[in-house]
Ligand binder design. Sequence first.
Ligand SMILES: Nc1ncnc2c1ncn2[C@@H]1O[C@H](COP(=O)(O)OP(=O)(O)OP(=O)(O)O)[C@@H](O)[C@H]1O
Length: 297
Amino acid sequence: MLQPEPPLISLERAGAIRGGRWLVRGVDLTMHKGEIVTLIGPNGSGKSTTAKIALGIIKPDEGSAHRKAGLRVGYVPQKLSVDWTLPLTVARFMRLTGGVSQEAADQALKATGISHLLASEVRNLSGGEFQRAMLARAIARKPDLLVLDEPVQGVDYSGEIALYNLIKQIRDDIGCGVLLISHDLHVVMAATDRVICLNGHVCCQGTPVAVASSEEYRRMFGDRVDPALAVYEHVHDHTHLPDGTVRHADGSITDSCHPDDGHHHGDHHHGNHHPAPLSGADAGDSANPGEGAHNAR
Ligand SMILES: Nc1ncnc2c1ncn2[C@@H]1O[C@H](COP(=O)(O)OP(=O)(O)OP(=O)(O)O)[C@@H](O)[C@H]1O
């Protein structure tokens, strides 16, 4: 009998604490081959920390994090510590950390559409070209899991769509899982199977809906609606108050929204997966989780 494939990564109630402060807490995240998961949340909400826990760069201080044995990872961090004043061609950049054959590098550059930039200086690349070079370097290792921390930073709207299409194409070609981090709280890559909204914990999670099916966003995007983009509509059952406390659906107020505080029903994701209209009382929370109702603490 065929055994089911083990997940690529599996976090259970994972959390990390530094200097007495929980950077992120109670995160459950399981990813399989071919799946695309997008982490969203305001600045400082623990997206990068969660990705680092998943990658094994940060050891969880509570809960657990497991990776499939022999997992090959392609990681594109949010920031690179490279001295960009030094000359560095794309060709050299591809082979900086070793372990990548010339053939694999050439293939990756071709797949990302930047073969013609082989001799260019990395510091002279445009935002979109640079992100492609980062992607090329990550996929040259034929990863099982691609972790992309803000892959569309410094890229304009059409470049963003092109990059999302490219990431989907890479997933289709290699069959890898993709963990994507975005600070855009609403508009996500349409091919995303699951969106997880963090705010120091998993605030809500679910699937994105096509931009075209959301009146609100159609009005906002007008002609610019592209099938590569989708909308994630937040449904939170608790509110972060300005003083850092949390008001729960039952009206009670506690210091945190950690799952063990007894105010969450069922599993601790305390959001449902159904899209909600962006109107009424929910709209403030949904429209800008970075403020008021959804303050990062
Ligand atoms: N090693 C560390 N020691 C102490 N605090 C840290 C450490 N790493 C991250 N933090 C803090 O943890 C919080 C979460 O950081 P993280 O980078 O995970 O957030 P993020 O959601 O990815 O943010 P952004 O969108 O701004 O990149 C932040 O307040 C950050 O300052």
